[in-house]
Design a binder for this molecule. Structure first.
Ligand code: AMP
Length: 228
């Protein structure tokens, strides 16, 4: 798909709802699109053993959210450095903003660049499906590519399809930490949604699998932002 106007998209969804998978699929189909995943940024910091990484790890391993101010700075700096705050750039955020405070702070920054979000899509996946998925999830940290042993296994067991590098299990995908993350998500979701409902840009797509959700998400984007 070729975009006829800039798309600045936020994907919302519980942990395990498939935001990473939908992101990879959108990037393949829409060459103009870039993406930032706050979780991937943090995992890269942790992997590189930076000072910030060790702070991040403390929060992540307990299933707790990092402070709003820290997260906003991390993501906005990244957007700026990547040159995506140009008014004609198209990008997608996954995992940030996660609270209404983050949403407001981001909006303030984006306003100064005339590059506010123009679409927010909530991925609505049943909780029973999510829990089952998490047990089978493996990631390639440097790229953020996500694999599922059942639905989307790597071509070679334990290896990333593109680089051949090893896949790892996320340390926060254990039953105990995951239930905290899910609770956390539910408690911050309502005000966040409210914020985007008031802006008139929130939509929802529902389905049990990423294969069901993807065409719905793609059509929605094509209707508003695609060439016809
Ligand atoms: P994710 O990969 O999006 O599930 O994020 C993994 C973990 O990183 C979360 O459980 C949080 O500890 C942290 N994290 C990611 N994004 C944010 C955010 N926007 N605000 C606060 N913490 C975050």
């Amino acid at each position: 798909m070729s975009l006829v106007k800039p798309l600045r998209l936020l994907l919302l969804g519980a942990p395990g709802s498939g935001k990473g998978t939908q992101t990879s699929r959108l990037l393949k189909k829409i060459p103009q699109l870039h993406s930032i995943s706050s979780g991937d940024l943090l995992r890269q910091e942790v992997k590189h053993n930076s000072g910030f990484g060790s702070i991040a790890f403390n929060y992540i391993s307990q299933g707790k959210l990092l402070p709003d101010e820290l997260m906003t700075k991390l993501v906005v700096t990244n957007l700026k450095q990547s040159g995506w705050l140009a008014p004609d750039a198209s990008w997608l955020l996954d995992g940030f903003p996660r609270t209404s405070t983050q949403a407001e702070a981001l909006n303030k920054d984006l306003q100064t660049y005339r590059a506010e979000l123009n679409l927010v899509v909530e991925l609505d996946v049943p909780e029973s499906v999510i829990l089952e998925r998490i047990e089978n999830r493996f990631v390639h940290v440097p790229s953020g590519r996500v694999y599922n042993l059942q639905y989307n296994p790597p071509k070679v067991a334990g290896k990333d399809d593109v680089t051949g590098e090893p896949l790892t299990k996320r340390s926060d995908d254990t039953a105990e930490v995951f239930s905290k993350r899910l609770k956390q998500y539910k408690s911050t979701l309502a005000p966040l949604k409210e914020y985007y409902i008031n802006k008139g840009i929130l939509q929802m797509v529902s389905g049990e699998t990423s294969d069901i959700i993807f065409p719905k998400l793609y059509d929605l984007i094509e209707r508003e932002f695609g060439a016809h």
